[in-house]
Ligand binder design. Structure first.
Ligand code: ADP
Ligand code: MG
Length: 678
């Protein structure tokens, strides 16, 4: 299986290079390069039943010798007509003399391609033409790799499958697992994913490969989990959480208390904590983290608190500082915008242990930040970071405790995979006294009314946000449109009010100024791009207006809406969109019906379909070749069982039988560079 691809017949040096670029190095890699689709030359449609503008396949007799038309140099067409007795189709072949001249008048062929109707007759351009009665009626179509067309790949693959079949390697899935979960043998799967005898066989083979990939993923996540459960020197000996809770200006919810207990118990256990706290927006995750950081500091070890944006880091820094006032615990903020000189000082103090708590952004991950005794690493809004970044912070200490926090509601079974390496606490309760955020969907004709509504609230001393949408792949445009929007409001509707502007390209200093002015009430109305999406906490703001709301995903809208409804005042969210499509309306109306993030995520999943709910980029898992996490939930559940069965008898996957599986785990996870499993 480890034969380099260049030795496979039909490949050679040049093609091997192209394949290598795609991550295909060995016979095994090549066999796992799956067809994108198949053409089934046995599923024939009678010509008179063809639906125009669809791709179809029919069997027909050639009516006359293809007539050659030379359009210009290098452009030759051949035209003929074919029929199956029910109707005829005009065939045009471009620049393929060989194919056109090989067609025999009166002989029967299979034609595959898109049929169009024009002036009452069927037309087909450049069909794929096959002889009838082939013994391999289903043909694989491979994704094109540079100059390697599907046809070339098909010939190469035929040789690869040939080599594989003569060697009969062992199946990487153990026999009993294969029987329990009714999977076909690897031999059958390899042959039929590439050269199936029928559509049913493709399904059987695909199912087996999806299972194999998900099993490999789960085994890998489990191994990551076990690796993280190392013993640690940072053991909490005294639980100082009560002391901290007393200082809080509010009563913690019982869910918050439970989360603190779970984590403190982890930290007492002598093994490194590795916990995810999942709680809807506004559920009060920061207070939980603050409490644990306090406990860590009182037990004599340092903490790092990492947030995805500078704004959020700054905010966490400020609320922690306030809570720690008078405790003698030193805290610092380390972000990209701290001056070099200050950075040096801070780093020095972290190295010496003088500072106990570092709050920051990715800057905390940079290589030269060293801690004296980092015992707790907290990551806020975990979904913004990848699994690998989660790891980097951990490696800065000697097995510190790790706590990750996320507001992204993920169906439970899925979070088992995505966060399979973590223990889970769910905060399923909002602080007392929160009111439902009333949400409305309106079109742009409502803008004047919305502006008056906002002004009424600003006059009462409250605050509001207006969010302009992110423009895909075009930050410049996004910023221009937010800036113009802001300028218009200042000149027209909001003359006399204090309006602020915030977008991602502003200098960190300016961003900070705007945010602190908004927090202090100096700015009453904040026009912003989605930079405020995560975490920002200004309890005095009660209205969230979202322009072009249809451009956002539901979960993102929910996050944005979560910026209001954080205090005692009644809050509102207005979604503006002129899109009248049924689907859009249905989607946005879900926001009006519920404030529950988990329900919203489920609905989002149903409407948008599994495909784009999670890009691999969003959850930080390795790229999958064939499995789709949300589309294959049944198999996800099965592989979880299989994973437990395998690890029960061979926890480290070291037995001879499991060696191929262990290698597959390494391969899958090595695609993500940082994810070292050892
Ligand atoms: P999130 O879980 O979205 O990160 P935050 O931690 O930002 O939520 O908390 C949201 C707001 O609720 C903050 O203003 C915080 O001070 C406040 N808060 C947190 N816990 C409680 C509580 N138990 N009672 C009242 N207010 C709380
Ligand atoms: Mg938060």
């Amino acid at each position: 299986m480890n034969t380099p691809v260049k030795y496979i017949k039909g490949v050679g040096e040049k093609r091997a290079e192209l394949l290598n670029k795609q991550g295909i190095f060995t016979l095994n890699d090549l066999l796992h390069f799956f067809p994108r689709s198949y053409i089934d030359f046995s599923a024939l449609t009678p010509i008179n039943e063809i639906i125009p503008d669809t791709v179809c396949c029919f069997s027909a007799i050639v009516g006359y010798t293809p007539v050659k038309h030379t359009i210009r140099k290098n452009m030759t067409l051949y035209k003929t007509m074919v029929t199956d007795g029910t109707a005829g189709v005009n065939i045009t072949i471009f620049n393929n003399t060989y194919l056109a001249e090989a067609l025999e008048v009166g002989a029967e062929y299979i034609f595959y391609g898109k049929v169009t109707a024009s002036h009452g007759s069927f037309e087909m351009s450049n069909p794929i033409i096959e002889p009838t009665g082939s013994d391999c009626p289903v043909r694989p179509i491979y994704p094109r790799i540079s100059t390697l067309t599907s046809g070339i790949m098909q010939r190469v693959m035929s040789n690869a499958v040939g080599i594989y079949s003569t060697k009969t390697p062992e199946d990487i899935i153990p026999d009993d697992i294969r029987h329990t979960f009714r999977l076909c043998h690897q031999q059958f799967a390899v042959k039929n994913i590439h050269f199936p005898a029928s559509s049913k066989d493709i399904e059987t083979a695909r199912h087996r490969f999806i299972f194999e990939e998900l099993l490999t993923l789960q085994l890998g996540m489990k191994r990551l989990k076990n690796a993280a459960r190392k013993s640690t020197a940072f053991t909490v000996t005294e639980d100082f959480s009560e002391e901290f809770i007393k200082k809080l200006p509010f009563e913690l919810t019982s869910a918050q208390k439970r989360a603190i207990d779970d984590a403190v118990n982890d930290m007492k256990s002598g093994r490194a904590m590795n916990r995810l706290i999942q709680g809807d927006v506004g559920s009060g995750k920061t207070a939980v983290a603050a409490c644990l950081i306090y406990v860590a500091a009182r037990n004599g070890f340092q903490s790092a608190f990492m947030a995805p944006t500078e704004i959020l880091a700054k905010q966490h820094y400020e609320s922690l500082s306030a809570l720690l006032k008078g405790s003698g615990i030193e805290i610092t903020l380390l972000t990209g915008s701290v001056t070099a000189a200050n950075k040096r000082k801070i780093k020095e103090k972290l190295r010496s242990g003088e500072i106990s708590i570092a709050v920051g952004t990715h800057a905390l991950l940079s290589e030269d930040v060293e801690f004296c005794r980092l015992g707790l690493a907290v990551t806020d809004e975990q979904h913004r970071f990848g699994v690998s970044q989660r790891g980097t912070l951990v490696f800065k200490g000697e097995n510190p405790h790790t706590l990750v926090m996320s507001a992204t509601p993920i169906p439970r079974t899925l979070s088992l995979i995505i966060y399979g390496d973590l223990d889970l606490t769910v905060i399923d309760e909002l602080p007392k006294g929160r009111q439902k955020i009333s949400t409305y969907c309106v079109d742009t004709s409502y803008r004047p009314r919305i502006y008056s509504f906002i002004k009424k609230h600003l006059d009462m001393g409250l605050q509001a946000y207006i969010v302009c949408p992110a423009v895909e792949e075009n930050e410049e445009y996004e910023i221009t449109s937010a800036t113009e929007y802001y300028e218009r409001l200042c000149k027209d509707e909001f003359v006399g009010y204090r309006v602020g502007l915030l977008h991602g390209k502003m200098k960190a200093k300016d961003k900070e100024k705007v945010m602190s002015d908004f927090l202090s009430g100096e700015i009453q109305l904040l026009v912003s791009t989605t930079v405020i999406e995560v975490g920002v906490d200004v309890p005095n703001s009660v209205i969230m207006v979202i322009e072009d709301a249809d451009r956002f995903g539901l979960s993102q809208l929910h996050q944005l809406r979560g910026r209001v409804g954080r205090g005692k005042e009644k809050s509102y969210c207005v979604l503006i969109s002129d899109n009248t499509g049924e689907e859009t309306k249905a989607r946005l109306s879900i926001m009006c019906r519920t404030n529950n993030g988990f329900l919203i995520a489920d609905e989002d999943l149903k409407i948008r379909g599994p495909g784009d709910f999670f890009g691999a980029r969003q959850h930080g898992l390795p790229d999958m070749k064939i499995a789709d996490l949300t589309g294959n939930m049944d198999i996800v559940r099965q592989t979880k069982k299989a994973c437990d069965m395998i690890l029960a008898r061979d926890p480290l996957l070291t037995s001879r039988e499991n060696r191929p599986l262990a290698e597959a785990v390494d391969r899958l996870f090595s695609r993500e560079k940082h994810l070292s499993l050892n």
